[in-house]
Ligand binder design. Sequence first.
Ligand code: NDP
Length: 483
Amino acid sequence: MNLSSTILNYINGELVKPQNNKWLDNYNPAIGKVYSQIPDSDEADVNAAVQAAEAAFPAWSNLSRVERSNILHKIANLIDANKTALAEAESTDNGKPVWLATRVDIPRASDNFRFYANAILNFHDESFPMDGKHFNYTVHQPLGVVGCISPWNLPLYLFTWKIAPALVTGNCVVAKPSEVTPMTAFLLSQICIEAGLPKGVLNIVHGLGHSAGMNIVKHKNVKAISFTGGTKTGAVIAAEVAPKFKKMSLELGGKNPNIIFADCDFEKMLKTTLRSSFENQGQICLCGSRILVEKSIYEKFKTRFVEEVKKLKVGNPKNDDSRLGAIVSKPHFEKILSCIELAKQEGGNVLCGGEAIKGEGECAEGWFIEPTVIEGLTQNCKTNQEEIFGPVVTIQPFETEEEALQLANATEYGLAATIWTENISKAHRIAAKVESGIIWVNCWLVRDLRTPFGGMKQSGVGREGGMHALEFFMEVKNLCVAI
Ligand code: NDP
């Protein structure tokens, strides 16, 4: 499997050019240069994809769940077999270290297919015999054609997290990956062909959000939209989808608190906090970007954290010793730098980082930023309120549990939170009051795929994961029969 210089749409089982023959540049952020072209698809391509999906739906939805499950297993196995090429593609598109894509993103993509291939076999309807006179039961049915739209930060992992449950429940899918990171989705389309996925069951349309993406969202025959991305985009999509009464799942942005109490296991916390702050260049929606530290250990934390952050190597994603790679795109690189400037204007004190870095060798023109730690900002400033989505964290002291909670909950977001304490009662007490859909105590980014995943407040609507995703992609009927 080679990285191609021309990415094609996957429509009706074939790899095809966009009908308008318009193309977009695809950049390798580590070297700052265009390395491939991707379709700038529009309404005509989306219409063709929806048409293919509609035509494929009767046969696909009539297959037994075991038959659909078997095809998903084949796709999972082919992802594993092509792990090296996929990890290279993911890193080339996104700038993340190859070791990270190899260890996390790609295995997780095959896990997604495997998990849902197994989950569907355990999914069951309910029946309620009613005193021998009636029999009440449920029947779940696929929706038809559904739309899946995903972001650039975990390209294949989030794309497959949506597609796998949609397919295994018998739906046909029109999907759009982020135009910033399209290569793994293109490789996935080749894998689907090799796995024998019937034509039209999955269609991948590449292109921009406001054209390709919006045409999927708007299409009258697309019955549900599963979207992961920024909160502003989520609002635009919700405004379009809500009056049409389509099913909708929105996984949006975050400004996650990392609450560190003095009685934590300090060394374990420090090691994990380095990851939860800067993994994937801080471009994971679940990264803790606001670090709240109990005052009695604030100075100790500050000294040790900054010392360790300074040791994190930023560089060529191909190198095993690069802890951080490149920022995903030039506009995002510039946005992060402008956020750091804003933090300074707001009175922030940059304790380390804060600057762009020039890469070595082939990476001289790449987009790299030092991991950055800022203190001295109030909770209500923009830096602590708005998502930066880069290698930038703020640190703030707190004195009491009440203050920690007040700071933790003082944003419009509610995606994830991390709590560090060895006091089990305190952990439960705080966790119950933190306004976040996902809460970790003394760990980070660990999750059983069977659990619900999603945010509160402006971090989203609905839950993905486990049976929740299977439920989302199906209609449930309530049937009652007199005996
Ligand atoms: P965007 O919201 O910009 O884009 C997400 C996807 O939506 C992309 O494929 C994009 O296409 C597409 N899109 C953009 N505008 C529209 C539109 N009007 N109609 C339909 N589709 C559209 O997010 P980013 O790609 O910048 O990703 C980063 C964001 O994702 C962060 O806010 C992060 O927190 C969030 N995120 C949330 C997660 C969660 O689970 N809650 C997980 C991971 C990320 P294009 O690329 O062409 O703009």
